[in-house]
Design a protein around this ligand. Structure first.
Ligand code: ZN
Ligand code: ZN
Length: 300
């Protein structure tokens, strides 16, 4: 059992959710990769979710630091995890926060009649100096029917307004909804810094993003050998608009697919992307780090 600052400092404790365990995954923690030659950042992670062994946020951040990951963006998906994310960013210099209602959570708030109240709370958190993004918001049509999609659209557009009002980045969750996301951004006007988190599009969407100056954040999925659409997207992406993330504890990069993910594994994704692009890994690391700081501001 790791020892650290303890659970009392954050609302809800060291974890506020646990990842569903189907009993079939290998829950052992992957070994840490060697750091890259320059500091890098994980611009999208969920440290509030327990997965496998006890590995709370402070242990994850220490491990990340040892692997050369200098900072992370801790991302909320409902009011509770957004409060948690903002609180962690207030107390740990390695953390900035993103706050939002996830598109899969928005229909629940709408049904309960509390969507406006929840959005007001997100708006208040977005004013905090270490909250640097509104996310993850967006559209997710994977399991959502028509009624739920209406709530997602309303919530997404409200989040775009919040990001613009506070002059901070927008982190978009887009699952099976590429055209609708692009249509919304063009209709209501995208924030100056707009990020497709866990980019899942193809070459066509990567070209549209490059045209508008939108950022593509690549997760562990880009390391999978069968992810041909992502490899094609990476090849045509604007290098000044590439970011890297873990989306931990999900989407663990190769060769550890399925095991618990954590920000300390970010170097694996950078190295895999550099190999695909036939560029030096430290060069790509320095570029993505500079892109990250341009998109969200500095961690200091
Ligand atoms: Zn997401
Ligand atoms: Zn996420």
């Amino acid at each position: 059992m790791p020892e650290g600052p303890g659970a009392t400092a954050l609302p809800g404790g060291e974890y506020i959710r646990e990842r569903f365990d189907d009993g079939k995954r290998d829950l052992s923690r992957p070994e840490a990769p060697a750091p890259l030659g320059v500091p890098i950042y994980d611009n999208h992670t969920h440290l509030e979710i327990k997965d496998g062994d006890d590995f709370p946020y402070w242990a994850a951040l220490d491990a990340a630091e040892r692997a050369g990951v200098a900072g992370v963006i801790q991302v909320g998906g409902d009011v509770e995890s957004s409060e948690w994310s903002a609180a962690l960013a207030r107390q740990d210099a390695r953390v900035l926060a993103a706050v939002a209602l996830h598109p899969n959570e928005a229909p629940g708030y709408a049904e309960a009649g509390t969507l406006d109240e929840a959005l007001a709370r997100i708006d208040a958190l977005a004013a905090e100096p270490r909250v640097r993004a509104v996310g993850e918001t967006g559209l997710d049509f994977f399991r959502t029917g028509e009624e739920g999609q209406r709530a997602q659209h309303a919530s997404f557009e409200a989040h775009i307004e919040i990001a613009k009002r506070h002059g901070i980045a927008l982190q978009i969750h887009d699952r099976d909804a590429h055209d609708a996301v692009v249509e919304t951004l063009l209709r209501v006007g995208a924030p100056e810094t707009t990020v497709f988190h866990c980019f899942s599009g193809d070459e066509r969407l990567a070209r549209i993003a490059a045209e508008h100056g939108w950022y593509l954040s690549f997760a562990g999925t880009v390391t999978f050998s069968n992810a041909r659409n992502l490899h094609a997207a990476l090849a045509v992406a604007d290098r000044s608009r590439i970011l890297v993330e873990t989306d931990a504890p999900f989407l663990t990069p190769a060769p550890f697919r399925g095991r618990p993910n954590s920000p300390y594994l970010t170097p694996l994704t950078v190295r895999s992307m550099a190999e695909r692009l036939s560029v030096d890994a430290d060069e790509l690391a320095a570029e993505t780090a500079a892109n990250t700081v341009r998109a969200y501001g500095s961690w200091d």
